[in-house]
Design a protein around this ligand. Structure first.
Ligand code: GTP
Ligand code: SPV
Ligand code: MN
Length: 597
């Protein structure tokens, strides 16, 4: 180690925290950057780094008249989504990571990745990015520091988190912060690993420059490490949006909903109610992640740990999601969409005419009528949540919002009905635990395959799944007034492959029933599988599809459900001994009940 290599760290440190300084020095010694730069989160810094990114070709300025403050980024075509097969939970034992996670022994992982990190920042700048997940000063927030050699990561973290000086001030001299080390290296999938060391509150990510692999506050800290800490500390880290539903009297009810990646969280969180629901309003608290903790009044309180949206672009338009369109009209980074000749952006499903000519997400010329997609199906926007016209006034509340209902929803062409209410907490946990969903472009691999994705957390749970279910069951004892639990499916299809339910804004109809049920003021039928809406309590007037389609979307096919329950039994077996008995008993009870209908 030469002192010259680490001197820049000591020259202008933004913190005197000895733990932080020692760790930065350790990382600099390993990765050997030319320069070390602390990020303070200021506007001046953002402008300077943006200009540098443009100069280096990492960002392209978009048409500033149409899209003020917006920039364009193309990632390496081999690096466009999360990589679940290269993501590891490195707990001391394999059993702690459980059967659904890839596992590496911590010492092996540190050694293997240590060799890759050795000198990985030579000729590059090492950025020190302090950030808070959650409002600065909230008792529920956590501090992380990400060390990275990517300006793209710095600029994205600046939008997605409370980044810079306030986070350092919140940290003070404490040693309680997440240590995230990231290097883009040569973006080679053979040298790409995303490793989590929950017992050390540490994340090492190498060889990728994309989204959930590298914005370490998001999936790595807020979900994988967060879920691990949550179990120890008595709270929950969930892959859930949070929204507030305001009724015409001005009363707001908060709802959290877990849908797997690219299954509608951002859209649901920004829902605009149809005309029929005059006086109703939906406010976004969060669109991807919820941290939830029992409050002093016995209710479950949720904060959104993020400060921005890293959202799916394709399909976003003024009909499906006007608030998202307004959120991404300025100060947004677009990744892997297509570009028009005049520096505008385009994607499949955008409003208006399809342009005659484009440059596609890989930088190749594209002509109207081409069979190839112009924008990558997992192309994303990074936008500050302050741009959202329906941002909840509670989005920055340090206490969070009280949750009255929780929803689990997958992408299922068949079997799962439009909406169902669980009989009780254990049944609700069962519904979440056995949730199935078709895979999407948010992770590399085959798209459209049904897999079990418990609580939408399969790729994000930082420990053994059965133990996670147990934590869910235990939480009931900590929450005096637990939220009611529901299951929804916006994606059921008819025989001809069309969606039976119109979705998007029309989901308000389902949401209203859920809110009414949470307050105990709407009727329901009891079926062997759960409570479903009674006709008179489910407002369908003016719905944009034939009522027969809605009936079909709501129908329960008992034969299909017998298969579903048998499949869930096999899944529990795969998960092993740690699956709580209550859940298997719950399954058997439902199965026995169905055998008689
Ligand atoms: P992540 O950011 O990956 O966690 O995704 P997300 O859960 O926030 O999903 P998002 O809201 O971005 O939606 C993903 C895709 O689902 C988009 O292509 C949407 O157009 C589509 N989608 C969202 N809501 C609905 C709906 O109610 N019905 C139908 N049919 N499609 C929907
Ligand atoms: C998801 O895949 O659930 C996302 C996008 O929200 S990423 O940040 O890439 O994980
Ligand atoms: Mn997500």
């Amino acid at each position: 180690m030469s002192t010259i290599e680490v001197r820049p760290v000591l020259e202008k440190p933004l913190s005197k925290n000895p733990h932080l300084l020692a760790w930065i020095e350790e990382c600099a010694t390993l990765t050997k950057p030319d320069k070390v730069l602390w990020c303070d989160g200021s506007q001046e810094e953002k402008e300077r780094l943006t200009a540098q990114a443009v100069q280096e070709g990492i960002l392209k300025p978009l048409n500033q008249e149409k899209l003020p403050g917006c920039y364009y980024h193309r990632s390496n075509p081999n690096d466009v989504a999360r990589v679940e097969h290269l993501t590891f939970i490195c707990t001391p034992t394999k059993a702690e990571a459980g059967p659904t996670n890839n596992w590496m022994a911590p010492e092996d992982a540190y050694k293997k990745l240590g060799q890759l990190f050795d000198g990985s920042m030579k000729g590059r700048t090492m950025y020190v990015v302090p950030y808070s997940m959650g409002p600065v000063g909230s008792p529920m927030s956590k501090i992380g520091v990400e060390i990275t050699d990517s300006i793209y990561v710095v600029l994205n973290m600046g939008i997605m988190t409370r980044m810079g000086k306030p986070a350092l001030e919140m940290l003070g001299d404490s040693n309680d912060f997440n240590r995230g080390l990231h290097s883009t290296l040569d973006v080679n999938p053979d040298r790409r690993f995303i490793c989590h060391f929950p017992q050390d509150n540490t994340i090492w990510s190498i060889g990728s420059g994309y989204g959930g692999n590298v914005l370490l506050g998001k999936k790595c800290l807020a979900l994988r490490i967060g879920s691990y800490l949550g179990r120890q500390e008595g709270w929950m880290a969930e892959h859930m949006l949070i929204l507030g539903v305001e009724d015409p009297k001005g009363e707001t009810t908060y709802v959290a909903a877990a849908f797997p990646s690219a299954c509608g969280k951002t859209n649901f969180a920004m829902l605009i109610p149809p005309k029929r629901f005059e006086g109703w309003k939906v406010w976004t608290v969060g669109d991807d992640i919820a941290w939830m903790k029992p409050g002093p009044d016995g209710r479950l309180y949720a904060i959104n740990p993020e400060a921005g949206y890293f959202g799916v672009v394709p399909g976003t338009n003024y009909v499906s999601n006007p608030s998202a369109m307004k959120s991404i009209a300025r100060d947004t980074i677009y990744t892997n969409v297509a570009m028009t000749p005049d520096g505008d952006v385009w994607w499949e499903g955008k409003d208006g005419e399809v342009p005659e000519e484009l440059i596609d997400w890989q930088g190749r010329p594209w002509k109207k009528g081409s069979t190839e997609k112009a924008a990558h199906p997992n192309s994303r926007f990074t936008a500050p949540m302050s741009n959202n016209p329906v941002l909840s006034p509670m989005a920055n509340s340090p206490q969070g919002v009280p949750i009255s209902a929780m929803i689990f929803g997958g992408r299922r062409s068949d079997t799962v009905p439009l909406v169902l209410q669980a009989f009780n907490w254990v049944h609700g946990v069962y519904l979440g635990a056995t949730m199935g969903s078709e895979t999407t472009a948010a992770a590399t691999g085959k798209v459209g395959v049904v897999r079990r994705d418990p609580m939408a957390m399969l790729p994000f749970c930082g420990y053994d799944m059965g133990t996670y279910f147990k934590h869910w069951l235990n939480m009931q004892n900590l929450i005096k007034f637990p939220p009611k639990i529901f299951q929804v499916n916006w994606f059921r299809k008819g025989n001809d492959g069309r969606f039976l339910w119109p979705g998007f804004g029309e989901n308000m109809r389902v949401l209203k029933w859920i809110v009414d049920r949470a307050h105990g003021r709407a009727g329901a039928w009891e079926t062997p599988l759960g409570w479903v809406p009674k006709h008179q309590d489910f407002d369908l007037s003016g719905v944009s599809v034939p009522l027969e389609d809605v009936d079909e979307a709501q129908s329960i096919d008992f034969e299909a459900w017998k298969r579903e329950l048998d499949d869930a039994g096999k899944y529990f077996e795969q998960l092993g001994e740690t699956v709580p008995k209550e859940l298997e008993l719950q399954r058997q009870m439902l199965r026995e009940h169905l055998a008689r209908v």
